[in-house]
Design a protein around this ligand. Structure first.
Ligand code: FMN
Length: 222
């Protein structure tokens, strides 16, 4: 007899240890091929693939299961152009004065500047908003818990799903993002979290030669 409000855990699958070992190492092999790409082709992608990836993101854990996220999928060139114009305006200010010397120095190896052509070239911009709070039926504000953590996890799962599908993504965070509320008509309780630029890499795409920290440098087993 299961307590009211609960169901039996039936979806869990246990694997023998050798199978687990294979699955975990194969998944690592798959994930370590993921790279942030900044050069996109304009090759279209069926919308159903993006929908599946968003379904994956929607399964993410969240504080009190509030799922404090909204995803706006932009493929319309008029909106993409508006986003590019607004982003380049704020990025120009950032790169030509607002950014600290250290920040510019830290970004140098990425080869980025205020030009963001991928915002028009890539077939999809998934604009992710975090819902800082929601509204109760009487109009009062309802507090949301661990919003940044929750939206960060859902975004990570979305990036993973996009990579798994065989596409590439750029986690793009313009220095100021509130312009996204105006362009996409989002309410003020929603704060732009990032733009995930999604598509195929261009044929001549290059990526910075970077490395990841070793396990021994980031993990402590106690
Ligand atoms: C929160 C966050 C914000 C980022 N913002 C930008 C950005 O605005 N522009 C950009 O070109 N890359 C951005 N990146 C991508 C990082 O530069 C990239 O993940 C990092 O250099 C490691 O490269 P990799 O993703 O290929 O492993 C961002 C990544 C994260 C996680």
């Amino acid at each position: 007899m299961v307590e009211k409000g609960f169901i039996k855990l039936t979806d869990y699958r246990e694997y023998p240890v050798d199978v687990m070992k294979k699955r975990s190492s194969e998944f690592y092999g798959e994930m370590k091929r993921r790279r942030t790409v900044r050069h996109f082709s304009d090759q279209p992608i069926p919308r159903s693939i993006i929908e599946d990836c968003l379904c994956t993101a929607s399964t993410a854990p969240s504080g009190a299961n509030q799922q404090p996220w909204s995803f706006v999928v932009v493929s319309d060139i008029t909106f993409k152009r508006q986003i590019r114009e607004a982003a380049e305006k704020t990025e120009r200010k950032f790169y030509t004065g607002k950014a600290t010397q250290n920040w510019v120095e830290d970004l140098k190896h990425l080869g980025t500047d205020f030009n963001k052509p991928f915002l028009e070239t890539a077939p999809y911009l998934i604009v992710i908003f975090s819902q800082l709070y929601s509204f109760l039926p009487d109009g009062d504000k309802k507090k949301h818990y661990y919003v940044l953590e929750s939206v960060g996890i859902a975004t990570g799962m979305l990036i993973t799903a996009i990579h798994h599908a065989g596409l590439v993504a750029l986690t793009y965070t313009p220095n100021k993002m509130r312009f996204l509320n105006n362009i996409l008509s989002r309410p003020s309780n929603e704060k732009p979290f990032m733009i995930l630029v999604v598509g195929y890499p261009s044929e001549d795409a290059i990526v910075p030669a970077i490395s990841k920290k070793l396990l021994g440098d980031i993990v402590t087993f106690i």
